[in-house]
Design a protein around this ligand. Structure first.
Ligand code: MLT
Length: 389
């Protein structure tokens, strides 16, 4: 059989981080090792029952079996606008400032195709969700990384970017609460970024998938749209995946500047046929009635976070205590080599899967990420195995 060479845009890509972790995990599991997977941020808890019930009813309606609209049902977009108003105090016009997505990954991956020409410069805060740089590359853009470091509380040093770079930049990708570092950003930071972006016509792409996973009401993560002037330059990607344990459902939204939302919509009209209406109806139920379920989820993650943090601190691994996300971003303990060496040894010798920090970009070297997406007992078992190693 012929072997067809991949197109250049794919041939130069490393394996997708989480697909690679799955592959190695399967190899170790095949040796009969009891694997505890803290690798991918995929909630273990089920989608709340009332959302499943909404889906069960919606799926029986013949009207939902036909093509959905490209931009999302009016009722879905209204639910998004109402949820944004209630949660962030941000006003959105559901007709022009909201588009439904088949998961926020899909929207993020398509967005550069709408606004980046070959050779355009795109700034990516890193360590980062790999889709930002890969999608930029697919559009022919040039990526320049802005490092997120511990000294800067994992926020980009905006002053370190020179005037010429801001002038050339078409777009900047950032994500708070941050995956993988779990850092959060405040209004002052966003206001500063918006002012710079406005001065240089830079599009701000903010991924907010983790705003609802926080541990202290006083430190609730914010949306960039809470900041004055954000809609002049910003588009925000959000998702129901982490908020309502719906990763498998593929349901999300992009909101913000109308021309940015419209540009993304135009790409989507040409590549997909919208989001299954029954899923949209389930999403509406989640956004309209899901607050209590998400609050319960936060209580569970808090217990998990405290269990792992206490155990890691006890054995001298001095990681930060996250205020948001279900991730713990920890330095590799001294004497255990690189991120990849430590993670590989951990997996081979203990069966515990964590994510190597360098998989998210160069400044992630020397770190590993724990995802709190298994129950407390298994987390206790995982940290006990880490301690023994
Ligand atoms: C992660 O583990 O970083 C996330 O689950 C990836 C995703 O949301 O697609």
């Amino acid at each position: 059989m012929s072997q067809f060479p991949l197109a250049d845009r794919l041939a130069s890509l490393p394996p997708y981080l989480f697909a690679e972790i799955d592959r190695i995990k399967a190899q170790v599991a095949a040796r009969g090792v009891d694997i505890i997977s803290l690798g991918i941020g995929d909630p273990d808890l089920p989608t709340p029952e009332f959302i499943i019930e909404a889906m069960a009813q919606a799926i029986r309606k013949p009207a939902n079996h036909r093509y959905p609209s490209y931009e999302g049902m009016p009722a879905y977009r209204e639910a998004v606008a109402d949820w944004y108003k209630a949660r962030f105090g941000a006003s959105l016009d559901p007709k022009t400032e909201v588009v439904s997505l088949i998961g926020s990954k899909e929207g993020i991956a398509h967005f550069p195709l709408a606004f980046v020409n070959p050779g355009d410069l795109v700034l990516v805060c890193t360590p980062n969700y790999p889709v930002y740089n890969v999608a930029t590359g697919f559009a022919g853009g040039e990526v320049r990384y802005l490092p997120l470091t511990d000294e800067n509380d994992f926020l980009p040093d905006l002053d370190a970017v020179d005037e010429a770079t801001w002038k050339r930049a078409k777009m900047i990708f950032l994500n708070y609460p941050n995956n993988p570092t779990a850092a959060t950003a405040n209004k002052e930071f966003f206001a500063r970024l918006i002012a710079i972006a406005k001065a240089h016509d830079v599009i701000v792409v903010h991924d907010t998938a983790y705003t609802e996973i926080y541990y202290d009401e006083a430190k609730k993560p914010i949306s960039i749209l809470e900041v004055e002037g954000a809609k002049d330059v910003a588009i925000e990607f959000h998702s129901l995946s982490k908020t309502f344990n719906m990763t498998g459902w593929r349901v999300g939204m992009a909101v913000g500047n109308a021309s940015l939302v419209a540009g993304l919509g135009k790409i989507k009209e040409n590549v997909d046929s919208g989001l299954f209406q029954a899923v949209q109806e389930a999403g509406i139920a989640a956004m309209r009635h899901g607050d209590a379920a998400t609050a319960e989820l936060r209580t569970i993650y808090k217990q998990r976070r405290d269990t792992v943090i206490d155990a890691l601190h006890k054995i001298g691994i001095n990681c930060r205590v996250p205020d948001a996300t279900f991730y713990i971003w920890s330095p590799v303990p001294a004497g255990y080599g690189t991120s990849a060496e430590f993670v590989s040894r951990l997996l081979q010798e203990t069966g515990v899967v964590v994510t190597p920090g360098n998989g998210f970009g160069k400044p992630g070297e020397g770190y590993f990420r724990i995802s709190l997406t298994v129950g407390t007992e298994r987390l206790e078992e995982a940290v006990s195995r880490i301690s023994k190693l």
